[in-house]
Structure formats: structure tokens, C-alpha cells
Design a protein around this ligand. Structure first.
Ligand code: AMP
Ligand code: GLY
Length: 445
């Protein structure tokens, strides 16, 4: 098979790494890719905002299948353009991508289909937004409607903070047109879980659960980021909770999209808050999470190309997927100044000896090579991902890798996976991974 991966982050490096080891792989391309992906695939420079250019590239490469990493090309309609040309691609259509592209669409969709979510109001001007704020207790959440690369949500603990968020989004236009309309939402309490499935519209393949660490600093302090680290471990979800999420959130989402004429295909990411009254949906993403994909793919034992091919052919309902029972942990290294204004062009050293630790892989994000040296090229530089027989060992192994790496201004959280350690002391009953809608169960080996 010839596969083209679109994107340039740690998620895309993990996809390329897993595809590279596939028996099916003849040629693997990534556009635009990064310095680490270049070890697994041929990287081709491209501007992902140019949908037509992506279509031309796939044609020129004679790609059998294209996989889209980030949300922006999906929301812009790259899948529709591919399908018009009869080219194979994994991902939702432009209409289905509104689940991530518009918070207002997604919240109103949840309400229409009885999917448990926080109480909310929509406001199209500042006056309405300020009035709505008065109807919610503190803390309150203010969300810009459009895509904002992780900067569009403010959890406000005071009225001043909430009003400032409305002011920033709607009057100062800090996010451009993404902030023209806002959602004002009740703040939910609990632990967050990322629950991601791959679906071809009929079969649903749930991936192993993960937990992201969105805040910049230890103890969930500081501003939100794209994700500072993630781990995957079976202790995150008990079997009854896993089934409840499939029944009360995933199944009605897919049925609702079908009913509304925008059937959903591709990866669907449900960002959940595990509240005292059960799992509630914070948001959808129409793709794999980053950094969630890194520990998930580290645990995948099945051939990824087989799964994607089955998904493309509508055969997902009949595949068995095998996962490692071992937990995996990814610690993200960021540049000084991230997320606001990351420094770049710092020399990275020590990476040669990390993978010799065994069970550890560096997934590059913002890196580039110049004169045979590795440099930083953005905010999230790389993620050190480790797998081991238990969570404390996986954490210890990931940080052993981190400790070998250096660049000026390097920052990382020291507490990735710490919440899970409390849970692991009292593990829940072992869980079957069961798929929804009558397809065969996937086995965990
Ligand atoms: P999003 O950009 O929609 O992923 O939201 C970013 C983060 O904001 C989430 O991962 C949560 O940590 C937080 N968040 C969003 N909505 C709520 C809510 N209703 N209650 C509490 N936290 C929220
Ligand atoms: N890590 C969260 C996301 O991918 O949006």
C-alpha cells in the first residue's frame, strides 16, 4: 500500500511510525512532516490550508489511502474534495466536521440528541453574552464558537475573568472570526478522559482510553495548552463506564449525524468529564488527539494499515484489534514561552541515547534538521513515550528518556500520570473491550 499522512506533529509521527512497521506498507509519505517523521516516511513540504494542492499531491503520489492528522483540513472540507475525485481518505466530511469546527453546532447537536453535556447558552453579541453570564454560577466557562487551536476556552473563576474572555473574543477579536459568537457554559467537576473511536459509519472500534494533561504546569496549573502529556491505562475506565459512554454518547452521536444527513466516518474523539452523575461530553474532536495518539498507538499490536483499510472499505465491524495490556505514557517537552510565544531554533542534544533505554520512543513535533543538527521549531517540540508492564515503570521509563534530552528553555510537566497512580493502587475489575451496534468484540491480548 502507498499511504499519505497529513500533518507535522507528534500524533502524525506516531501514525507514521506504526504504519512504517506494517507488512502492507510499500511507500509511506507525510506532508509536511518533521525531522522525526523523516526517519519513517518521505516528507513533502505542503501548506495544509491549500486543499486543492493536497488532492493534487495524493494523485501525483498515487496514494492508496490518505490519513488526516489535524482538524483544520477536515473542517475546510478536504475529505469532500478527495471523494469528488474518487480518492480514498480517512476522516469526516466537511458537514460532519462541524462537530469540532463549531462549538455552537456541537452543543446544539448534543441537546437535540439527548447527549449528556453541561448546561449552556449561545450568544451572538456582547450584550447577550454578559446577560447570559449572570445566569450561571462561578466558575463559568466561556467558549469561542470557531477553531482556536486550544485557545478558545476560558474557565473563569471570577466575574471579571469571564467578562474579560467575552471582551477578548467578541470585541478585541483575539481569535478573529472564531470569536464572533460564544457559548457560555456551566463548569463541570470531575476527572477528564479522552475516549476515541474509529468508525466507518457502521462498525465502531473503540481505542484504549487516555487521559490528557492540558494545563502547562504541574498540578493542572497555568494556561491551557494543546496537551503536555498523556497516558493510556485500562484503569482509566471500568467496563460499565466504558459501555455507558458507548451507549449514551458515541452511539447517539453517530445515529444523530446519520439522521441529520451527515454520516460520520473517521476518528471521533469525545472529551469527557467523569462527573458524580456519570460521563458528560465536554467537546468533540474530529480526529485523533495529540498527545493521546502517542500512548494509544504505542499500545496497538494490530497492523494499523489493516485497520485503516478495513475502515475505508466499511469492514471495521469484522476486525479484531489487539492491544498491549501494558500502560503507556507520553511526556511532552515544550519551548520556553509556550503556549503564548515559544522560542525556536535551540539545539537539541541527547536524543541519540533515549531509545536505547528500551520501550521508549521519541515522537517529534516541532523539530527540524540543519547541518546535521537537530533544532527546535515551535512550542511542542517532542514527546517521550514509554511502555512498560505497569504504570509506575512506564512513568519512570518516560522520565528516564526525558532526563537525557536537553535544549535551552526546555520545559515539561513532572506529574504526567500521577493521578492514575492513586487509582492503580485500587484497580477496578478487569474489563472486556466491547464494541457497539452488534459488531464482534475486539480482543485485548
Ligand atoms: P476544549 O477546547 O473544548 O477542549 O476545552 C478545553 C478544556 O477546557 C477542556 O479539556 C476542559 O479542561 C475545559 N472545559 C471545557 N468545558 C468545560 C466545562 N463545561 N467544565 C469544565 N471544564 C471545561
Ligand atoms: N490533546 C487534546 C487534543 O488533541 O485536542
Amino acid at each position: 500500500m502507498k499511504i499519505l499522512v497529513l500533518g507535522s506533529g507528534g500524533r502524525e509521527h506516531a501514525l507514521a511510525w506504526k504504519l512504517h512497521e506494517s507488512q502492507q506498507m510499500e511507500e509511506l509519505y507525510c506532508a509536511p512532516g518533521n525531522a522525526g517523521i523523516a526517519q519513517e516516511a518521505e516528507c513533502i513540504a505542503i501548506d495544509l490550508a491549500q486543499t486543492k494542492a493536497i488532492v493534487e499531491l495524493a494523485k501525483q503520489l498515487r496514494a492508496d489511502l490518505t490519513i488526516v492528522g489535524p482538524e483544520a483540513p477536515l473542517v475546510a472540507g478536504v475529505v469532500d474534495e478527495f471523494e469528488k475525485e474518487g480518492l480514498a481518505i480517512i476522516g469526516p466530511s466537511k458537514a460532519a466536521s462541524r462537530l469540532e469546527g463549531s462549538k455552537i453546532f456541537s452543543k446544539e447537536f448534543m441537546r437535540r440528541h439527548g447527549i449528556p453535556t453541561a448546561r449552556f447558552e449561545v450568544a451572538g453579541n456582547i450584550e447577550d453574552a454578559l446577560h447570559a453570564l449572570a445566569r450561571f454560577p462561578l466558575p463559568v466557562v466561556v467558549k469561542a464558537d470557531g477553531l482556536a487551536a486550544g485557545k478558545g476556552v476560558v474557565v473563569a473563576h471570577t466575574h471579571e475573568e469571564a467578562e474579560q474572555a467575552v471582551e477578548d473574543f467578541m470585541r478585541r477579536k483575539t481569535l478573529g472570526s472564531a470569536g464572533d459568537r460564544v457559548v457560555i457554559e456551566e463548569c463541570l467537576k470531575g476527572e477528564e478522559t479522552s475516549f476515541i473511536v474509529l468508525t466507518d459509519g457502521r462498525g465502531i472500534l473503540p481505542l484504549v482510553p487516555t487521559q490528557d494533561h492540558k494545563a502547562l504546569l504541574d498540578g493542572d496549573q497555568g494556561p491551557n495548552t494543546g496537551g503536555m502529556g498523556a497516558y493510556s491505562d485500562d484503569s482509566i475506565l471500568s467496563e460499565p463506564l466504558h459501555d455507558e459512554i458507548l451507549r449514551s454518547i458515541v452511539a447517539p452521536t453517530l445515529a444523530g449525524m446519520e439522521m441529520e444527513g451527515s454520516p460520520y466516518r473517521g476518528f471521533l474523539y469525545c472529551g469527557l468529564m467523569m462527573t458524580a452523575s456519570g460521563p458528560m461530553l465536554l467537546e468533540y474532536n474530529v480526529r485523533l488527539g495529540d498527545p493521546e495518539a502517542q500512548p494509544i498507538l504505542m499500545r496497538l499490536r494490530s497492523d494499523l494499515a489493516d485497520l485503516l483499510k478495513a475502515s475505508r472499505e466499511g469492514q471495521l465491524a469484522s476486525v479484531d484489534v489487539h492491544w498491549s495490556p501494558n500502560p503507556a505514557v507520553c511526556v511532552v517537552l515544550t519551548s520556553r514561552g509556550y503556549p503564548a510565544k515559544p522560542e525556536v531554533d535551540k539545539t537539541i542534544t541527547g536524543y541519540e541515547s533515549v531509545e536505547a533505554l528500551g520501550g521508549v520512543k521519541i515522537f517529534h513535533a516541532a523539530t527540524r534538521v540543519r547541518d546535521h543538527q537537530l533544532f527546535t521549531a515551535g512550542g511542542r517540540v517532542m514527546g517521550v513515550t514509554a511502555i512498560a508492564e505497569d504504570l509506575p515503570s512506564a512513568i519512570q521509563r518516560a522520565y528516564a528518556g526525558v532526563n537525557k534530552l536537553q535544549f535551552e528553555g526546555m520545559h515539561y510537566r513532572k506529574d504526567i500520570g500521577a493521578k492514575a497512580l492513586q487509582r492503580v493502587e485500587k484497580p477496578p475489575a478487569p474489563k472486556r473491550v466491547r464494541a457497539a451496534k452488534g459488531e464482534r468484540p475486539s480482543s485485548r491480548k
